[in-house]
Design a protein around this ligand. Structure first.
Ligand code: FE2
Length: 233
């Protein structure tokens, strides 16, 4: 069965949060929750009679603060993060290929997709891939901080994500143009950053972007290294 996640949105940072569940089972997983929405997200879980088992992060976000620590505190869920992201208080540090099990038979496979940050991971579940800021709809994440690398991002997208089944649905961490979901087939053919240029042209383009620093980076990155909780907690 090809199930879709529940998709939630933070308009301030244009961040998507995802709840994964299979109807008939109480167990749920949340990916990339945002600090200010922890109550909203808990209300969704309560409304649907779901029990949160894992809170997962795709990477250390620079533009918003996670609610992973708060949700862990409120529900007893385990915090799951990529091992290369410096989020030391998490319960589980994932390596490439690791699998998280939840519910009766659910499997979420971790795919290391560095480039936006060196530790970034994508998560694959039932024909869906949660790409964090690696692959966006008709775009990709920036590569100019936190160990970012345009070369690594090009390889992550073209050699790992584009190697997934073309019917796989792509659920990004952000969208700034009102789009919500895409597929590997669409992005392979139409993604403006990667579908029509080779590695050298992509690297050249990304390295010349010269984007302003994210407003919250100096607050968000240290907070997210502690699952969004104040340090010392
Ligand atoms: Fe990011």
């Amino acid at each position: 069965m090809n199930l879709k996640p529940i998709q939630l949105f933070d308009p301030k940072s244009s961040t998507f949060t995802y709840i994964l569940n299979v109807p008939g089972s109480p167990d749920a997983v949340i990916i990339d929750p945002v600090d200010v929405h922890w109550e909203r997200d808990l209300l969704h879980l309560q409304r649907l009679n779901l029990k949160l088992t894992y809170v997962m992060e795709t990477h250390t976000h620079a533009d918003h603060v996670t609610s992973a620590g708060k949700l862990r505190e409120m529900t007893g869920a385990k915090a799951v993060v990529p091992s290369g992201c410096g989020i030391s208080p998490a319960d589980i540090q994932l390596r490439d290929g690791d699998v998280i099990h939840f519910g009766a038979h659910e499997e979420i496979r971790a795919l290391h997709t560095p480039g936006h940050t060196s530790g970034s991971m994508s998560y694959i579940w039932r024909g869906n891939v949660f790409t964090g800021d690696a692959l966006l709809i008709n775009g990709c994440g920036r590569t100019d901080f936190q160990g970012g690398s345009a070369e690594a991002l090009y390889d992550s997208i073209t050699k790992k994500l584009f190697d997934l089944n073309e019917t796989t649905l792509v659920w990004p961490c952000h969208d700034y143009k009102g789009q919500s979901v895409s597929s590997i087939a669409w992005e392979k053919r139409h993604n403006a950053r990667v579908s029509k240029c080779d590695r050298a042209a992509f690297v050249n383009y990304m390295n010349k972007l010269d984007l302003p620093k994210p407003k919250l980076i100096d607050i968000a990155v240290p907070a997210n290294h502690n699952l969004g909780l104040p340090h010392g907690v």
